[in-house]
Design a protein around this ligand. Structure first.
Ligand code: SAM
Ligand code: SF4
Length: 266
């Protein structure tokens, strides 16, 4: 699929839940979030059905995200349903890694190719402060499990405030080097204010090369993270929503005043 600016669109990011077992300070408000109603969340059949249509129209790269994808009940079944769609040559997941120790081998077996695990510090106390609740040892165990399950390459998403030279970022880079992991630095963004930036070592944030569509847990197809534009796949139908999202994908992002990281999935 090509959009109005001749960008080939072949990457679909699917947020499978708005729920999360952490409360990262830059992602979620302290007081918690207003959760989607159960009936508004897409079913597995809807997610897999839409993905099938997207793949038939040229999507070949799919990422499962959230919220925290591993807290969605039945996630292994969903991964299997997606991996069975012929034509996906890169199937990945972004996760905070807390539950990865429990799921890594099942995910591999269900057909997931690889994972990105988020880790912004290797300091146990700062990790708990930053996530408001997490235990870093769960993430370390999760990273080991992902590597031993063969969900490779395991990439580490490291959110930085401004620079790779920040103390936490340097320590995470060292950790990655010691453990043969690939690091991706993501500069902290503010969707509401329209502060976005590129992902160092990745392809995110470069509008002229943007190849993505995002599906939220409640079925809104978003052609741009930094825009309010979205198309409801239930109301419009899968084919129609897909066509409209591609046709109306903005040339460049501005602000997003309706969505957040935890419900769009980053
Ligand atoms: N819960 C999973 C996780 O944390 O990996 C998946 C969803 S999370 C929203 C996806 C990615 O977005 C994570 O790597 C997270 O660090 C990043 N993220 C969240 N809020 C962000 C923000 N304000 N600026 C930049 N990246 C952010
Ligand atoms: Fe949860 Fe991921 Fe947001 Fe942290 S960044 S609160 S782990 S969704």
């Amino acid at each position: 699929m090509y959009d109005r600016f001749n960008r080939e669109i072949y990457y679909l990011r699917i947020s499978v839940t708005d729920r999360c077992n952490l409360r990262c300070t830059y992602c979620m408000p302290e007081e918690g979030i207003h959760l989607l109603r159960h009936e508004d969340i897409l079913s597995f059949d809807e997610i897999a059905g839409f993905t099938k249509v997207a793949v038939a129209n040229g999507v070949s790269k799919v990422r499962i995200t959230g919220g925290e994808p591993l807290v969605r009940k039945g996630i292994i079944t969903l991964v299997r349903m997606i991996s069975e769609i012929e034509g996906i040559n890169d199937l990945s997941m972004t996760t905070n890694g807390v539950l990865m120790n429990q799921f890594a081998h099942q995910l591999k077996d269900a057909g997931l190719h690889r994972v990105n695990i988020s880790l912004d510090t290797v300091d146990p106390v700062r990790f708990t402060t930053l996530t408001r609740t997490g235990n870093i040892n769960d993430v370390f165990k999760g990273i080991d499990a992902a590597v031993s399950a063969g969900l490779l390459p395991v990439k580490i998403n490291c959110v930085i405030k401004e620079s790779k030279e920040e103390e936490d970022a340097i320590a995470v880079a060292q950790f990655c080097e010691n453990n043969n992991l690939k690091i991706r630095y993501i500069t902290q963004m503010d969707l509401f204010e329209g502060h976005f930036s590129t992902v160092d070592g990745g392809t995110g944030g470069l509008c002229s090369f943007c190849n993505r569509l995002r599906l939220t847990a409640n079925g809104k197809l978003k052609p741009c993270l930094f825009s309010n534009i979205e198309f409801d796949i239930r109301e419009l139908g899968f084919e129609n929503a897909l066509k409209m999202a591609v046709d109306f994908k903005p040339e460049t992002g501005s602000k997003n005043q309706t969505g957040t990281f935890y419900n769009i999935g980053g």
